[in-house]
Structures are given as structure tokens and as C-alpha cells.
Design a protein around this ligand. Sequence first.
Ligand code: SDX
Length: 431
Amino acid sequence: MSAEPSEFATLKFRDKEVVLPVVTGTEGEKGLDITGLRKSTGLVALDPGFVNTASCYSQITYIDGEKGILRYRGIPIEELVQKVMFVDVAYLLVHGELPDEETRREFSSQLNTNSLIHEDMRHFFDHFPKGSHPMHILSTMINAMAAFYPNVDIKSMADNIDQSCARVISIVRTMAAFAYKKSIGEPVVYPRYDLSYCANFLNMMFDSPVKPYQIRPEIVRLLNILFIIHADHEQNCSTSAVRVIGSAQVNLYATISAGISALSGPLHGGANQAVIEMLRTIQEDGDINKFIRMAKDKNNPFRLMGFGHRVYKTYDPRAAIVRGECEKFFHQYKYSDPLLDVARKVEEIALTDPYFIERHLYPNVDFYTGILYRAIGIPENMFTVMFALARLPGWVAHWREMIGDSTKLVRPRQIYSGRGLRHISPPDAGD
Ligand code: SDX
């Protein structure tokens, strides 16, 4: 999949002058194609963190960081959260179109059929130390799936993408709920065929033999919205990890396990939990301006968690959706959370401060999501697990797209800056 070059750039270096093609994306974004650079000039491009580098063509998600636009397969995120469910979005990301009624029934049936984990895997949970972070349990368990589910060769998985996708999305959701139940010493709750994807997850998380869980439609709706806004985000750190690992033709389970591990980092998916911890610290301290000063101090490692983004240089459209849902839900159900008041105040101060304005630092997806997870009753150590569950269809979609493109093995070059040639000094004659 590639775009025909529409323009060209000339690079002059010493006695060489090379013409490099410039390709244009669907929305007019321009890319300098340097696939022939080293061969024609001997040069490599240096770009730590790939801030200026497009790693691939992709048809899955479009982000405009300057305008705050996010679309899955061309559909704006704002429309998706209003009109469809997470399961529809999962299908859309993988297949490129929303499912019709018949297809949706089939996909839902596959999700149900694939929602049980192998009974022998259940005993794995008994051997994790108490207090293990659910993200570590999840990445371990999904990696182990390759041992329990044969035919993990990538061709058969890609050819049976619906079953592979359903198995990943559904079983991992069950694993997440089981990990939580184990962490609180309660018996696990099995998935039910009669419940929707999100309702099933809530029931597996909160139902108990002695205290039946009442599934509230408004909570199911909130969870659908949270899952939809996290479902994909083009070449973010964890999706890039999936593409890198997957390019070695590793099976889908191990590839997704790598995505989960990357997402667990506090600069990436782990930020939603870090935001709540930060807001609680600010609330207990009471001096918001002190923390704003710390965030601006280069000598202080403190950062305003949930603020800033590699791509969005304006308000993250997902943060706007979540903030709006917080306000609506809190008002409608007379719910309050002091941390929302702290978050609003932090945002108000930061968005009028030159440091944040000059660096285009705005609330990102993680700034308000923890507030909504608290309202749903999700424990803090499960926040990043929620992000991982939601991101599964995005990772599967990118894995499938990459396999379909017969992608080359990902292996970047480097600029060596170590010691020049030297030899082990011969032992002294006297030794
Ligand atoms: C996610 O990529 C994705 O799409 C990710 C994601 C997804 O859906 O997959 O959107 C999910 O990971 C959201 C981001 C969650 N992380 C956080 O909220 C952690 C806090 N944010 C920062 O760590 C930071 O903003 C990053 C890591 C998100 C982005 O950092 P960049 O792009 O590498 O930018 P940078 O570190 O070079 O910062 C540029 C400047 C620096 O100041 P100067 O050196 O120019 O003076 O902005 C400053 C930074 O110090 N800065 C911050 C800041 N973020 C950037 N200063 C204070 N607080 C912050 N949060």
C-alpha cells in the first residue's frame, strides 16, 4: 500500500545531489520518502523517538494533532461514541467498515464463544504473588495463550482474523476480570452468553455470590464510550511495539503481549493511574500552584501527568469527550468527586500559563479518564488494564494490516558514537 509521489525534494550533500519523492496522504499530509537515501548518498536519517518519522502507510486511524481530529477508518470519534458500541468499533478498525446486523450478530457470537479461558490457565492466577500489578499478569497470560491455542502461525491467524480478533478481545477481557477477582481474593465470575461485551465485563468484575451486581445501562454506556475512545491511536508507542514485534512474524498473542507491556509505562498508558495519584497528592497538599511550578521546573522530574502529547498540540478530542461525560454523569446522578474539582482547577491554571501555552500542552486522553473509572467503580490498579482492553482491536487491526502489507522486518540503523577501534592490551611481559 503506497501513495504515488506527487512532488519531489532535492538533497544536496558534498558532490551528490539526489531527488527524493514526496508522497501525499489522504488528508494532504506530506512525507519525504527516504527508502533510497542510504543507497544513493550513504546517509541515514537520525530521528530519536521518531518524532519526525512516519514508520508506515496505514488506513486505520487518522489524527490531526493541530486541529484535534481523530477518525477511525474516516469516521470522527465524536460520531462513533454517540452512535455505535465498542464491538462495532472493534469490527470497524479490523475490517474497515461497521458491521451490518448479520455480521454484528456473527461477531458477537464469536466474542461469546471465545470468552472462556482454558481451564488449565485459570490456575496460573493462583501463582502470581499477591499485589501483582494486573498489567504484568495480563501480559504474561496472553503470552501463554500461544501454548494453549494451537495454529498460532501468523498466516492461519490472519486468514481467520475474526476468530483471532474475537479470541484476543474476548479472552483478554475475561483474563482481566479474573486477575482483578484474584487480587481481591474473590471467586472468579464467568462470562455470560446473554450479556453484551461491556456489561459482561462489568458483571465479571463486580458480581459476587453474596452480592449480585446490578448492571446499570448508564454505566454500560460510559464504559462503551471509554473503550471506543481508547480503541486506536495510529502509531503510538504500544502500537509501534506491536508492529515491530509482529514484523519478525511473531504470533499474534506474543505480539499483543508486547503491546500490553509498552502500554504499562507511566509516560504512555500508565498515565491514567498516575493522574489520579497526582490529583490526590495535589488535593492533600492543597497548593495547586506549587505543583504547576514543579512541572515547569527543568530540575524537577515532576510532570503534569495527563498533560501534553506527542501528536496533539491542542485539546485531545478524547479528553473533551471524557470531560463532557464526567460533567453529564455527575450532574444527572448527583455524583461528586473532589478530584474532578482539582482536575478542573489544574486545567484552568495550566491553560492560562505561558509555559504550557508555548509548548502546546493540553489535557490528553488520560487526564479525566481516571475520574470516570472511579465513578464506574474500577479500582485504580485496573485503570491501565482498561486502556489495554480497549486498545486490543487497534493492535489487532495494525497487526493484520502489517501482515497484509508483507512488511519488512523492522530494524532501524544508528549513529555509532562509542570508542574507536582498539585491542585488548597484551598482558605485561612480567605477568
Ligand atoms: C498516551 O502517542 C499516543 O497516541 C499515546 C496515547 C494513545 O492513545 O496511545 O495518546 C496515550 O500515552 C497519552 C500520553 C500520556 N502520558 C502522560 O500524560 C505523561 C505526561 N506527558 C509527558 O510525559 C509528555 O507530554 C509526553 C510523553 C506525553 C509527550 O512528550 P514528548 O512529545 O516527547 O514531548 P517532550 O517531552 O519533548 O516535551 C516538550 C516540552 C518539554 O519542555 P522543553 O524541554 O521544550 O522546555 O514540553 C514539556 C517538556 O519538558 N512537557 C511537559 C509535559 N509534557 C511535555 N512539562 C510538564 N508536564 C508535562 N506533562
